[in-house]
Design a protein around this ligand. Structure first.
Ligand code: NAD
Ligand code: TYD
Length: 351
């Protein structure tokens, strides 16, 4: 089988793992990584596969209709896997409009382009929208998000993702665009920009900086290793039912403070520190406004229908993640200094 797939946001955290998986697992596919290279896009994430004959990079903003149309014309895709987004809740609290532009308008722009380009002949076509469990809002002590849970977003980030999900489903209901959607829990793993909890705290432990725990630290998230998310995306893309939604989660709930203590313990062991050294960096700080108390995914549908389950335990995945950051200090240095933003010029303009 041969397919041409545009993967948006492929230079980001999850997107880079999806691009690598597709480029290496499906040499007969043509994979186009379409990314604007915002602060979160880092082509160094894909250095190992950038010379693969089935990999192409297009620097384009999903808000730029002409650039998106040109990319469709040039590559003639059968499918889109859409991950490009503004993705950090704290940034969305500071600049909500950026999230409306990219996550809502950018998604509608892509939907329109796919619809027009495929000219309503949808055989063999697929538009896969990658979303988050945060659209469902917050849980109390018990219960899980299922695919039927009513949307109830609280942050500007989750409100913008919820809106994009609605548009994707509206294009299925109204125009028959063959969409599929997945909503995933919190990811962690290599190549994660150090502004989210786990990579930020790994970086801060390395540099002996305070670990800012929001509020009482009892907020709960369901954590999934990023490579397990990529394998779930592979399955949903190939075998998911058109028009359906799949929840993806780690069956792995952690209160923030317990997670941070485990991370500190593992890092002390790996760095040869005395037990308790990194714990002493924990600092409780002012809470995030509108902070969702608990997320937990019921991933039984994707497990039963598509046979997916996570491949690593949290302890294994977290240990691998810390090892990756300790072995990739150059990557971390480039990301924190901003040097990674020159990589595109160096790599793609020298040709
Ligand atoms: P990320 O912030 O690491 O990467 C986003 C990528 O999108 C970057 O490469 C960036 O350059 C690109 N991008 C941003 N705006 C763009 C635009 N206007 N045009 C083109 N490219 C643009 O994000 P991530 O954590 O990898 O998340 C990827 C997707 O998965 C997002 O849609 C997010 O909502 C979803 N998701 C993330 C998580 C998580 O825990 N990180 C969990 C569930 C779902
Ligand atoms: P984050 O990684 O930003 O993901 P999300 O908000 O999308 O779940 O945050 C995970 C949890 O960690 C969330 O409850 C907020 C909390 N947190 C802190 O306590 N301190 C921090 O510095 C950060 C970034 C997050």
């Amino acid at each position: 089988m041969s397919k041409t797939i545009i993967i948006t946001g492929g230079a980001g955290f999850i997107g880079s793992h999806v691009v690598r998986l597709f480029v290496t697992k499906y040499p007969g596919y043509k994979i186009i990584n379409l990314d604007a290279l915002t602060y979160a896009g880092n082509l160094e994430n894909l250095r190992d596969i950038e010379d693969s004959p089935n990999y192409y990079f297009e620097k384009a903003d999903i808000l730029d209709k002409d650039a998106i149309e040109r990319t469709f014309q040039l590559h003639q895709p059968d499918a889109v896997i859409h991950l490009a987004a503004e993705s950090h809740v704290d940034r969305s609290i500071l600049s909500p409009l950026d999230f409306v532009y990219t996550n809502v308008i950018g998604t509608v722009n892509l939907l329109n382009t796919a619809k027009h380009f495929w000219k309503d002949d949808y055989s063999g076509k697929r538009f896969y929208h990658v979303s988050t469990d945060e659209v469902y809002g917050a849980l109390g002590e018990t219960g899980f998000f299922t695919e039927e849970t009513k949307y109830d977003p609280h942050s500007p980030y989750s409100a913008s993702k919820a809106s994009s999900d609605h548009f994707v489903r509206a294009y299925y209901d109204t125009y028959g665009l063959p969409v599929v959607v997945s909503n995933c829990s919190n990811n962690y793993g290599p190549n994660h920009f150090p502004e989210k909890l786990i990579p930020l705290f790994i970086n801060n432990v390395i540099h002996k900086k305070p670990l800012p725990v929001y509020g009482d630290g009892l907020y709960t998230r369901d954590w999934l290793f990023v490579k397990d998310h990529a394998t779930a995306i592979d399955l949903v893309f190939h075998n998911g039912k058109t028009g359906d939604t799949y929840n993806i989660g780690g069956f792995n709930e952690w209160r923030n403070i317990d997670l941070v203590k485990l991370l500190c313990k593992l890092m002390d062991e790996k760095l040869g520190n005395n037990a308790g050294t990194s714990d002493s960096l924990i600092t409780y700080v002012k809470d995030r406004p509108g902070h969702d108390r608990r997320y937990a995914i019921d991933a039984s549908k994707i497990n039963k229908e598509l046979g997916w389950k996570p491949s690593v335990t949290f302890e294994e995945g977290l240990s691998q993640t810390i090892d990756w950051y300790l072995a990739n200090t150059e990557w971390l240095k480039h990301v924190t200094s901003g040097a990674y933003q020159h990589y595109y010029e160096e790599q793609y303009h020298k040709r």
